[in-house]
Design a protein around this ligand. Structure first.
Ligand code: COA
Ligand code: AMP
Ligand code: ZN
Length: 430
């Protein structure tokens, strides 16, 4: 029932002692990085100055901007000791890059093995990983975890819908890792192929990477005839394997032996009580190459009150309720409005006015970007406009990693609006 009974069911007082030990150790490791050496010295925080877990509040917060601007200054060891990197959100200078040592990769795999084992996955299962491999953490993160657990692992990757169904049929897939909206979208492919997913031996799905409701989960469970478990994580803190649902499906156990959890009011920065929704703040307790301290995730959730009947002592967080920033998630890919603006404003042919509409058609996320073309370019022939449209589409795809639909419109036809956020209309059901 447990992958690591000792750590998963550790009585809270012992767990908190372990957390304090690991926090102090992490701090002394972090002091080897130029970034934290300066930050912690300025704040006067040393490992010895932490006498209890509340003292963690003396540590300054870390933000995404810190990770973006400081990059390798967060590394605690020479680059040669890093064996992998992953990156999130944006390809041109905006990306957040995370480096892992060999030990960090092993710890991460262990956390995912623990998470999947908790839901009932066993070495006899056949696991099809339908997340993006490459720089996304969802692909390789789960891959290593599933192999560590001992399941036969199919590195299917994202996309290629018919092939996904064929793989499931050919190899008798029993467990999936899939983005929830894609799980619903894929049903049309099953139908067109005359295959009922309920007739396949599928029994487990791990769904995450984007916000989704309990209703979406139920629909996936019914359509596929399996149990679907919510999986939460973020690249900055490893990737997936930060918090995961157990068979009780009453919130996600956040693995507190590896992460220090705080939920704060994003305005006052004060801690909130269980049941109160606020910003999740996380500290790595076991990552050694690039530990991140008090990271403001911008994700909104609450700690679920009470204990879980499954016997695990790690606190549970609610499903993610939203974000405190303007980040959008499209097909499991994070997008900041700033990225769109940057691409468009770098093109002399287009004006400064654009409008982005996000919609969901048959569970597929669509991004329509309406762009005003400068008067002198709009006079050009249709062939020119077609090639301009293609150029903008390619530039956006290369920055965002999803393909938008680009519509060129005449100058002065879009409503004027102040600020990036107002140029984005998210029409998808919440
Ligand atoms: N997951 C997996 N596949 C998806 C998907 C999703 N969320 N959304 C769409 N797809 C499929 C499409 O059905 C299509 O396959 P098909 O042609 O066989 O039907 C294929 O991917 C390309 O779709 P398209 O809409 O043209 O893609 P795009 O260029 O806009 O985006 C993706 C390309 C889907 C590959 C990219 O968005 C992606 O990698 N998403 C997954 C991100 C991820 O793994 N996140 C986890 C982070 S931890
Ligand atoms: P990435 O760093 O690309 O893995 O993206 C991490 C972000 O994806 C998180 O900060 C969340 O906003 C979002 N996310 C990941 N898992 C979930 C989930 N299960 N539910 C809702 N949002 C999620
Ligand atoms: Zn539980």
């Amino acid at each position: 029932m447990y992958w690591d009974k000792k750590h998963e069911t550790m009585p809270r007082p012992d767990l908190e002692i372990l957390q304090l030990e690991r926090l102090r150790e992490t701090l002394s490791v972090a002091l080897n990085s130029p970034f934290y050496r300066e930050r912690l010295t300025q704040a006067g925080v040393t490992p010895e100055s932490l006498s209890n877990l509340e003292d963690a509040r003396k540590i300054p917060f870390t933000t995404k901007d810190d990770l973006r601007s400081q990059g390798q200054a967060l590394l605690t060891r020479p680059l040669e000791e890093m064996v992998r990197l992953h990156a999130s959100s944006g390809t041109t200078g905006q990306a957040t890059v995370i480096y892992y040592t060999r030990g960090d990769i092993e710890t991460w795999a262990e956390l995912l093995a623990r998470s999947m084992y908790m839901t009932g996955m066993r070495p006899t299962d056949v696991f099809q990983n339908m997340m993006g491999y490459g720089l996304f953490t969802g692909g390789l993160g789960f891959h290593y975890g599933a192999e560590r657990l001992g399941a036969l692992t199919i590195p299917a990757g994202a996309g290629n819908s018919r092939r996904q169904v064929q793989l499931m049929q050919q190899f008798n897939t029993t467990a999936l890792h899939i983005i929830p909206s894609y799980a619903l979208y894929l049903l049309a492919t099953f139908e067109s192929m005359g295959v009922d997913p309920r007739d396949l031996p599928l029994r487990l799905a791990f769904i995450g990477a984007e916000p989704h409701t309990g209703d979406v989960r139920r629909r996936i469970e019914e359509a596929y005839g399996l149990k679907a478990y919510n999986s939460y994580g973020l690249s900055e803190l490893n990737g997936p394997g930060v918090a995961f649902e157990c068979p009780e499906q009453n919130g996600l156990h956040l693995w507190e032996d590896h992460f220090l959890l705080e939920v704060i009011d994003p305005r006052t920065l004060e801690p909130l009580s269980p049941g109160e929704v606020g910003e999740v703040v996380l500290t790595n307790l076991s990552r050694r190459g690039m530990p991140v301290l008090r990271y403001r995730t911008r994700d909104l959730a609450a700690v679920e009150p009470g204990t879980c009947p499954c016997g695990r002592s790690h606190r549970r967080i609610s499903r993610i309720q939203g974000r405190t920033d303007d980040m959008l998630i499209l097909k499991g890919v994070n997008i900041f409005p700033m990225q769109i603006e940057k691409v468009l404003l770098a093109m002399p042919e287009v004006g400064t006015n654009y409008l982005v509409e996000l919609s969901r058609k048959n569970f597929n996320d669509l991004m329509l970007v309406k762009v005003e073309v400068q008067q002198e370019f709009f006079q050009e022939d249709l062939k020119y406009l077609k090639s301009l449209q293609k150029k903008i589409t390619n530039a956006l795809k290369s920055e965002l990693l999803v393909t938008p639909l680009v519509e060129l419109v005449e100058p002065m036809t879009l409503p004027r609006s102040e600020g990036k956020a107002l140029r984005i209309m998210d029409l998808r059901d919440k």
